[in-house]
Design a binder for this molecule. Structure first.
Ligand code: PXG
Length: 297
């Protein structure tokens, strides 16, 4: 066992990381084994994209980060302007204009035991790199997915509104998808209604109207979801936030997912069933074009 010395998934050695106020080479960017973010998944994060040197909806991401932190009673040791500067500095240090920014706040190093009172020094780190969630050709062809048996966390257990470092719920769903030979899984809430995917929000189109589950279905309020809703409204298309069942998925004319990493991706097969014509639909294609324009604004 070489304990990762030949890890083919190791980060690029020239990456620069923002860690607790400094930009350091990735080899020096280490977090303690006593960090509660690692020991207990105690922390929050954001996944953000930059297009043409401009970070997309950074304020919305930072607002959500602050709300996630507030929900878990974690004080972020940096102000909003400091976080903005750190995000841009990290992009610059890596020579990136188009890229992915992962901003993480952990509860920090502390004694063993899950009480956050056993820590008093939260850590902030920022990675800026590339991300490709799904193979490129699926954006043209559409993606096959499954509806999965792993239910989305009940909001009274761990609210999906919190973007926390606890992603095992989603990872279990992702494993179910991969075992079924697809990249993504649609998760349902404990009432049996459609919630979201492992890292994306879901939309369907039926009879020209666009529909997506409401926030109280127990989902993350996606920044890309909000952007897609704006684009739908701008096109004057009928739009509803509505509780959706598996039946609604199967009879949809179109389906697409939205997320920072995924952007907008057409879904053309669910549980082996073709959605609509089995090809990416016209509204999905139009919104994809609109979204590409929006991010460059
Ligand atoms: N639902 C969940 C559970 C998510 O994790 C979204 C919806 C979409 O939200 P945004 O704000 O991105 O439109 C997410 C986002 C990663 C990664 O590292 C995950 C996300 C975003 C970016 C990167 O796998 N999840």
């Amino acid at each position: 066992m070489d304990f990762g010395k030949t890890n083919k998934f190791a980060p690029k050695p020239n990456l620069k990381i923002f860690l607790d106020g400094r930009i350091v080479p990735v080899a020096e960017a280490s977090i303690s084994v006593f960090d509660h973010g690692l020991l207990y998944g105690d922390g929050v994060f954001e996944g953000i994209r930059s297009y043409g040197g401009k970070v997309f909806r950074l304020d919305e991401h930072l607002k959500r980060l602050e709300e996630s932190a507030r929900a878990i009673r974690l004080t972020i040791p940096m102000s909003r302007p400091e976080l903005v500067k750190a995000a841009y500095d990290t992009l610059k240090a890596n020579g990136l204009t188009d890229g992915y920014i992962r901003l993480v706040v952990t509860r920090g190093v502390g004694y063993l035991g899950l009480s956050p009172n056993r820590t008093d020094c939260p850590s902030v780190f920022i990675i800026a790199d590339q991300i490709e969630l799904y193979p490129k050709e699926l954006y043209d062809k559409g993606m096959a997915v499954i509806s999965c048996s792993v239910q989305r966390n009940h909001p009274n257990a761990l609210s999906p509104r919190i973007k926390s470092l606890n992603y095992l719920n989603n990872i279990l769903a992702k494993i179910e998808a991969l075992d079924a030979g697809v990249y993504e899984a649609i998760m349902f809430n404990t009432q049996g209604y459609v919630a979201e995917c492992t890292g994306d929000n879901l939309f369907v189109v039926r009879n020209g109207a666009v529909e997506t589950p409401p926030l109280n279905a127990g989902i993350l309020e996606g920044v890309t979801r909000n952007a897609a809703i704006e684009l739908v409204r701008k096109r004057g298309l009928p739009f509803r936030e509505r509780e959706l069942t598996r039946h609604d998925l199967y009879i949809a004319d179109e389906c697409f997912f939205t997320g920072t990493a995924a952007e907008i991706i057409p879904v053309t097969k669910i549980d082996g069933r073709p959605i609509g014509t089995g090809e990416p639909g016209p509204i999905t294609k139009q919104l994809t074009v609109d979204f590409k324009k929006l991010v460059m604004d």
